[in-house]
Design a protein around this ligand. Structure first.
Ligand code: NAP
Length: 244
């Protein structure tokens, strides 16, 4: 489905990003992925991707740092020749009720979850516009659609991602580039592992369970493939019906 395409995935070392890297590689894409600290996990994933017969490389890069992102994408283009697909997935939480949320908690989350997406899109924008083809997939959240107590910073960042997605979709539509967002609900990853109210939460999900990273990866594959060529500026929930 993605044979010969070059995909860049941020936050590939763990969770949803890792599942996306694996699904893309299974479908023939060459995968460059970014991570921030998990060097061992990144090397392990790189080996797994290479074993599936595609080109793969891991890049340590803080997506919140514009210059680091710019240098990393220069290396990716030198290593892979081009970029066809960008998946903005790297994200963090610093959950607290707004009353006790520090300015630093707000800034850190916005810097990674929103500015980080700007930083990477800035790198691929001219490449995809020139090619007159390409796919940008941004991982938002249902928190950005409906809000969530304790996540003022996170919800604001994920709502911002939706505005960013629609604007990029409008700017690049005439160049045949699609830009869409995925809004997951509660997915089983390290990010939700510390969550204590799982039973209460699961009972409020119409489909009665948390989602799996592999299920989000299947949606990302669809949005990266020619099957979704007539979809742009869309936000697709994958949440077991939680936010309907
Ligand atoms: P996760 O398991 O915590 O993994 C986060 C990934 O992002 C890791 O690969 C991490 O790299 C990377 N990362 C964090 N900060 C980074 C930075 N500054 N620069 C580069 N990479 C960075 O998270 P997840 O649950 O898979 O979430 C992935 C995305 O889905 C996030 O955008 C999240 O907001 C969104 N989401 C998740 C859920 C959910 O229920 N899990 C729901 C809605 C939306 P290291 O391993 O090197 O730290």
């Amino acid at each position: 489905m993605l044979k010969g395409k070059v995909a860049v995935v941020t936050g590939g070392s763990r969770g949803i990003g890792r599942a996306i890297c694996e699904r893309f590689a299974e479908n023939g894409a060459n995968v460059a992925f970014l991570y921030s600290g998990s060097a061992e996990k990144a090397e392990e994933l790189k080996a797994k991707l290479l074993a599936s017969g595609v080109k793969a490389e891991a890049y340590k890069c803080n997506v919140a740092d514009f210059n680091e992102v710019s240098d990393t994408f220069k290396r990716i283009v030198a290593d892979f020749g081009t970029v066809d697909i960008l998946v903005n997935n790297a994200g963090i939480t610093r959950d607290k009720l707004l009353l006790s949320m520090r300015e630093q908690d707000f800034d850190e989350v916005l810097d990674v979850n929103l500015k980080g997406f700007f930083n990477t899109i800035k790198q691929v924008y001219p490449i995809l516009a020139k090619k007159r083809a390409g796919k940008i997939i941004n991982i938002s959240s249902i928190s950005g659609l409906i809000g969530n107590p304790g996540q003022a910073n996170y919800s604001a960042s994920k709502a911002g991602v939706i505005g960013l997605t629609k604007t990029v979709a409008k700017e690049l539509a005439s160049r045949g580039v699609c830009c869409n967002a995925i809004a997951p609900g509660f997915i089983k990853t390290d990010m939700t592992a510390a969550f204590t109210g799982e039973n209460r939460l699961v009972s409020s999900i119409p489909l009665g369970r948390m989602g799996l990273p592999e299920e989000v990866a299947s949606l990302a594959l669809f949005l990266a493939s020619p099957s979704s060529d007539y979809i742009t500026g869309e936000v697709i929930r994958i949440d077991g019906g939680l936010a309907m």
